[in-house]
Design a protein around this ligand. Structure first.
Ligand SMILES: Cc1ncc(COP(=O)(O)O)c(C=O)c1O
Length: 439
């Protein structure tokens, strides 16, 4: 380990192993990264599911530079600035019908905890203060703040941190290799897994449950697509019992599935929707919670001078983030990026066919995909820690000049939405080469 690397305690990183053999990035442009010694890497991960328009887009760069000089910061409580209002108006035009209020945060984790607080407070405002229970799902990822940690469904992310938030339960996850392996698009089997919510309603009673939060497509835990009919059935059960449905669209928002949001792609509208990442093309931290009018309106009571929602961040609707988001939306619009990955379109078909050509390679037990996102799942290596084989694929691809992401036993692919067909071929041929040589 070099002593210059001592001080930085890296997030979600095997710090000791990493510092023995560091991987560094120094520059990014379009579809590529470069290491400090000038080696080029094709970005097959859109950074971390966020750089949807590709890197260092001039319009976004200029907007940030301009805003930094014009007004670097404005206090967000009881004072506003025009870019925040105009951005909110633009964003709610992209969201599913009815989600027409937006609360700004600075990350996906903050969006999740904000949405959970709004859900609980909403029931209280309506005189149902006993509705405080929150339901997540196994293999869900909702960031790392206390609410998101509690609602998340990955044991390793939870076990160090005590009982975090009381009154939480989890639905079963929907991943079923025995019935759905190598499915292109939505799996056929598993709609009945939504009925697990009825089980939890029977157990806890609906009158205690505030909200259910799911990723419409679980990204971080390995690109788990919802079985056909599953999301609609969750919606129906929530409606039947007066439970709010929250979609965590931190990854699926802003075009990843070929629609602005997964809610539109799957035709199911949640009551609240969390977003971040692609909202600014990843270049300035920003998040958002979209809320149905009726939920917002429940707070608009009491004296007009009262603060209706005692919640917010110093950097909510930060001017630089708002400027970056405006320029990002301009770029998405001008280049049609939010619908470029449309299911069945030429790019999506190419992506799907290319990725599924890896079926049959050693240790590959599943390939699944939708829009411009896919996962290749590997059998875990006998006697090794889970995920080691996928991690070796990640390392191999790094050496071969392609940045992919390992997530447990999966390699996830989620390139910037500007990718071309030749670059898809490069990703897939590199994966094939690496998969064939690892044990
Ligand atoms: C679905 C989902 N929710 C929340 C988060 C947390 O976002 P952040 O890392 O910006 O806090 C992520 C991050 O990947 C995510 O995928």
């Amino acid at each position: 380990m070099t002593s210059k690397m001592d001080a930085f305690w890296m997030p979600f990183t095997a710090n000791r192993e990493y510092k023995q053999s560091p991987r560094l990035l120094a520059k990014a442009q379009g579809m590529h990264y470069w290491t400090p010694d000038g080696r080029e890497l094709l970005d097959a991960t859109a950074g971390l599911w966020c750089v949807n328009a590709g890197h260092a887009r001039p319009r976004i760069v200029q907007a940030i530079a301009h805003q930094a000089a014009e007004m670097d910061f404005a206090p967000p409580f009881q004072i506003g600035h025009p870019l925040a209002f105009s951005l909110a108006e633009r964003l709610v035009k992209l969201t599913p019908e009815g989600l027409n209020k937006v609360f700004f945060t600075n990350s996906g984790s903050e969006s999740v905890d904000t949405a959970l607080k709004i859900a609980i407070a909403y029931h209280r405002m309506r005189g149902e203060a006993q509705r405080t229970r929150l339901i997540g799902r196994e293999r869900g990822y909702h960031g790392v703040n206390f609410g998101g940690t509690a609602l998340g469904g990955l044991g390793p992310n939870r076990k160090l941190f005590g009982s975090h938030v009381a009154g939480v339960d989890h639905l079963r996850h929907t991943h079923d290799l025995s019935r759905n392996a190598f499915t292109k698009g939505q799996p056929e089997h598993g709609v009945e897994l939504a009925d697990d919510l009825e089980r939890l309603v029977t157990l806890h009673d609906a009158s205690t449950i505030a909200a259910v939060i799911v990723e419409p497509m679980a990204g971080s835990t390995g690109v788990l697509l919802p079985p056909k009919g599953y999301l609609q059935r969750l919606r129906d059960i929530c409606d039947k019992h007066g439970i709010l449905l929250i979609f965590d669209e931190v990854i699926t928002g802003f075009g990843r599935l070929g629609s602005p949001f997964a809610a539109q792609h799957y035709g199911v509208t949640p009551d609240l929707l969390t977003a971040a990442k692609g909202i600014t093309n990843g270049c300035i931290p920003m998040g958002a919670v979209f809320v149905k009018q009726g939920i917002h309106d429940a707070f608009m009571q009491g004296p007009p001078g009262a603060i209706e929602l005692p919640h917010g961040y110093t950097y909510s609707a930060h001017p630089m983030a708002c400027a970056a988001a405006h320029a990002t939306l301009d770029t998405y619009e001008d280049e049609g990026l939010l619908t470029r990955a449309t299911q069945g379109g030429p790019l999506q078909t190419k992506f799907e066919t290319a990725l599924h050509s890896l079926e049959g390679l050693p240790h590959v037990v599943d390939i699944r995909n939708t829009g411009l996102v896919a996962a290749i799942e590997f059998a875990p290596r006998a006697g090794a820690a889970p995920g080691r084989r996928a991690f070796d694929v990640f390392l191999g691809c790094w050496d071969e000049g392609v940045l992919v992401r390992s997530a447990g036993d999966n390699i996830a692919i989620s390139p910037p939405l500007i990718i071309d067909e030749g670059q898809i071929d490069q990703i897939v041929s590199t994966l094939a080469k690496v998969i064939k040589r690892i044990d």
